[in-house]
Design a protein around this ligand. Structure first.
Ligand code: FAD
Length: 513
């Protein structure tokens, strides 16, 4: 007997679903052999695919369908319904596609389809492609090159192997995710995909000779190059900042260092009440470390996501034992205490500083690329050098309003990497996805879609304290972004409406006139 735990709806092999019960473009959940399967009626016909997202296992039956795509409600991964391919980050692996049969007005799932499809050759095929930076954008780009049919040499050069960076401040730091969940891929994966993963630092980019120089003196030449060097934590210029118990969090190694320092520690001070600082606070509380968060603002995150959500996040942390010293700066870090700008002192066995990041534009600057607080790229993510593209935290691209923006989100970086990869192959795709990010505090996820620029009004529908809220951010009456807690389908719908510039749909989602 097939195991049927954690699955909902009818057995799609035995009972099937009445065709009339399938609303157009609305996923219907069921199961086959104990596995979740989703049926969807699109304009292309009835499709059956796995109901489980390959990113974090989100339920695709609670997602939405757009054209021939199904999108996951948790972190907005996108899959092609015909091929099962992961066509939009954060998922990298495809979902299974099932065969169906229509009988007596019902549709039944008859088995998994095995044909992975044939890849066609790309419009352009550079002699060799080098990617500098093996983070979100770089790693996603390398895989996309293969997915979109590139057969030539790909070098992915980075100071660390690709890791699931968002997890570093969340479950892994909290001690609830295993170490082997953190690498995005195994070394065999890169071998099998013929992606040459080079663990090294690039010390110079020579755009004239089309060659990158590695720290050890080796060189790698390219016909097309992607710069994806990300950002590095902003350092705090105060006495004591270089003491060994002061940490910044960007890499897998940083997290491991912090976890080692927690051994025997009782109290931590976190400097900065941004998303990363607060996620670290939540993870430390899950390990029963006493936490004080120090930050200059009066309400955490209020400038980004508004007063209502900011206060909710603060309350949530306080309920979990975090102390806040808001409206305060840090003057000095000592061996076992931190001194604030009002002269008070807070005991600390370790200090984590999370006060923002600075894009790593050094290679681009030296190579003479156009930069301005980021590497300037056009709508196809191409830099001022036609052989070089840039993606992720370093890229300043024409954003949702056409104004150049630089955005620091995981999914956006991966999708930019994927788009840049396609454009290196001559697909000429404009990058226009609305930004999306999520943050997790204890068991509460916050999803934000759109560009949280300089909004002037936040419209709150529902109650964050009841863990059921959707917030719209307007500028001059135009909805620019949506944040939500447990309104995942609406958040996905908002992403689609923002992509289409459909303000009416956005107003409907917020129940506005
Ligand atoms: P990165 O992922 O930082 O990758 C850049 C890579 O380039 C790094 O591996 C770096 O070592 C390498 N590199 C740099 N210079 C060189 C060089 N000269 N030679 C070789 N290699 C080089 N975003 C969200 O949307 N949701 C989240 O929940 C979230 N959580 C986060 C948690 C943490 C702890 C951190 C640090 C960030 C989080 N972010 C989150 C932000 C997100 O991770 C970044 O926006 C994203 O990783 C940016 O991707 P990237 O490829 O531009 O840079």
């Amino acid at each position: 007997m097939a195991e049927q735990s954690n699955v909902e709806g009818p057995d799609l092999a035995e009972e099937g679903i009445g065709i009339d019960a399938l609303d157009a473009d609305v996923p219907a959940g069921g199961h086959v052999d104990g596995q979740p399967v989703v049926l969807v009626r699109t304009t292309g016909g009835i499709r059956a695919v796995s109901g489980k997202c390959t990113h974090y296992g989100g339920p695709l039956s609670k997602g939405i369908c757009v054209g021939e795509e199904i999108r996951c409600p948790w972190h907005h991964a996108r899959f092609d319904l015909e091929s099962g391919e992961a066509v939009g980050a954060p998922a990298l692996n495809p979902i299974a596609v099932y065969e169906i049969e229509e009988r007596d007005g019902r549709v039944y799932v008859t088995g998994k389809r095995s044909d992975p499809g044939v890849r066609s050759a790309p419009p352009r095929s550079p002699g060799s492609i080098v990617i500098v930076g093996s983070g979100a954008a770089g790693a996603a780009a390398a895989e996309a090159l293969r997915r979109y049919g590139y057969d030539g040499p790909v070098s992915l050069i980075g100071k660390e192997k690709p890791v699931d960076r968002p997890n570093l401040s969340k479950d892994y730091l909290a001690g609830t995710a295993q170490e082997d969940w953190i690498p995005l891929r195994s070394e065999e994966f890169y071998e099998d995909s013929r992606i040459d993963l080079i663990e090294a630092e690039v010390s110079r980019l020579d755009a004239t000779e089309q060659v990158v120089h590695l720290e050890d003196g080796e060189t790698v030449s390219y016909d097309a190059l992607l710069l994806a060097t990300g950002a590095e934590p902003r350092h705090i210029p105060i006495p004591g900042a270089d003491l060994p118990h002061v940490f910044y969090l960007r890499t897998f190694a940083d997290t491991k260092d912090i976890i080692s320092a927690l051994d025997g520690a009782q109290r931590a001070v976190i400097v900065g009440a941004g998303f990363i600082g607060l996620e670290v606070a939540a993870s430390f509380r899950q390990r029963e470390i006493g936490v004080t968060v120090v930050a200059p603002e009066e309400v955490p995150l209020a400038a980004l996501i508004g007063d209502t959500l900011g206060r909710f996040v603060q309350d949530l942390h306080e309920e979990n034992g975090v102390e806040f010293r808001l409206g305060r700066g840090v003057d000095e870090i000592g061996e076992d205490a931190v001194t604030l700008d009002d002269g008070s002192s807070i005991p600390a066995d370790l200090v984590v500083v999370g006060i923002g990041v600075v894009p790593r534009t050094g290679l681009a600057d030296e190579a003479g690329l156009e930069t301005d607080r980021g590497v300037i790229v056009n709508e196809q993510l191409q830099t001022s050098d036609p052989n070089i593209w840039a993606a992720g935290d370093i890229a300043r691209y024409p954003g949702p309003d056409g104004e150049p923006v630089r955005i620091e989100h995981w999914v956006l970086a991966e999708r930019q990497g994927q788009t840049a990869a396609r454009n290196m192959l001559g697909y000429n795709v404009v990058f226009s996805d609305p930004p999306f990010f999520w943050s997790q505090h204890y068991d509460i996820p916050i999803n934000v879609t759109g560009h949280l620029g300089d909004w002037d009004e936040d419209v709150v529908v529902g109650n964050p304290a009841e863990h059921d809220v959707i917030v719209g951010y307007r500028k001059d009456g135009v909805i620019k972004a949506i944040a939500s807690i447990y309104r995942d389908r609406e958040n996905l719908q908002a992403e689609q409406a923002l992509a289409e510039g459909d303000q009416e749909r956005l107003r409907n989602l917020l129940a506005l006139e």
